[in-house]
Every structure is written in C-alpha cells, then in structure tokens.
Design a binder for this molecule. Structure first.
Ligand SMILES: [Zn+2]
Length: 207
C-alpha cells in the first residue's frame, strides 16, 4: 500500500519541490552554511541564545514548517538543534519548547517548537503550559508593541526552582517572546535560561 501511495504522491523536497526521498534534498542541504552563533544575554531574562543558521538563509525552512505544515523538515531541523544540544547544553535540567496558544495550536495542528525537540532526551523535555491568554500575532507589531503585547502572557506552573532551563524554538527575531517566557521561568526561580533556535536574525548577533 505504501508503494502505491508513493507512486501517486512521490516524495518531494519541501524547499525546492524537486522529487527526492529526502526533505530537504542533498542539494538544498549543501547550500546551507551552519553558522552556530551565540549571543550572550541578548534580551532581559535570557542568559544566552544559540542559533544554527541565519534567518535570512533559512526563512524558507521556518515558513515551510510553520505555515505550510511541511513536517518532512522536522527530522533535519531537530537534528540540527540536537547537535547544538549535545555540544553545549547536555547538562541542563529541563528542556521547554516555547509554547503557543491553544487556538493557534488547533489551527496549525502542532507546536513547531515541540516538534523540534524530537531528537532531544525525552526525559528532559517538559511541556509547560506557559501561555495563559491569546495575543495578536507578533509579526504585525513593532518591537515595543511586541513586548507590551506579551506582558503576562506566560506563567510557569511547574517547579523550575534552582533549575537550568533550555528553551527551544524555531526562530529568534526580536527576542520578545523568548524574554517574556524566560521572565516567567526566572520569577519561578529558574537559575539559568538558555535557548537553542534553528534560525536567528543577524542584527541581534552581539558576539
Ligand atoms: Zn531541495
């Protein structure tokens, strides 16, 4: 039956749409430059952020997964995040995918941050319900409005006291979502909050 469906719907690369068993295909992978950059305390409450790629190079990946539900990319993207985890963060106490509001979860069918934890140690991944009220989509707002929009949007309802927390998300841009999430964790006693993202914008690079 599988091979019958393979004939009807042959596998495609989610990025170039070329026929391929792998998504992204080898050609698309070879075009990527792994930057693996780190910013130290880029915004309040976050101690450090590490990104695998520049957002300008990988926006197609982020958008394909989030807006076109190209979950064929999850394996590749989560492997890239796991590589950073294994090299830098394997001593963290807990891993938290940045939550999204339930209504957005219903619409999309998944939380992309949760999917990107696929290759991380399952016993460390905690699914905290942090988002307590709906906020307008961040993309339409300027940075100042973004921060106002998120105030009090996250609440930590599990014990993180004294723990080193690793946040996971697909993309880091203004950092306002990450900062507000980390604020809730720090208020609950988290001792350190780091973050791994698949992609980040270069203007936020401080080191
Ligand atoms: Zn391709």
């Amino acid at each position: 039956l599988n091979s019958f469906f393979d004939l009807l719907y042959p596998s495609k690369c989610a990025i170039c749409r070329g026929l391929d068993d792998q998504s992204p295909c080898e050609r698309c992978r070879s075009k990527l430059i792994r930057e693996n950059f780190c910013f130290s305390a880029p915004v309040a409450y976050i101690d450090e952020v590490r990104a695998v790629y520049r957002y300008s190079e990988t926006a197609l990946y982020v958008k394909a997964l989030k807006f076109h539900r190209e979950t064929s990319l999850v394996e590749f993207m989560s492997e890239e995040i796991a590589r950073i985890f294994n090299n830098h963060y394997d001593e963290m106490d807990a891993i938290i995918p940045v939550p999204i509001h339930r209504s957005r979860l219903c619409w999309r069918g998944f939380n992309q941050a949760q999917l990107l934890c696929e290759k991380l140690p399952a016993n460390l991944v905690k699914s905290l319900r942090l988002k307590i009220r709906r906020t307008p989509p961040q993309a339409r707002l300027d940075p100042e409005a973004r921060i106002k929009n998120l105030e009090g949007a996250f609440r930590c309802d599990e014990s993180v006291y004294g723990k080193r927390i690793l946040l996971i998300d697909d993309v880091y841009t203004s950092g306002s979502t990450a900062s507000e999430c980390a604020r809730a964790l720090k208020a609950a006693g988290a001792s350190y909050v780091a973050m791994i993202v698949f992609a980040a914008t270069p203007y936020t690079v401080s080191s």
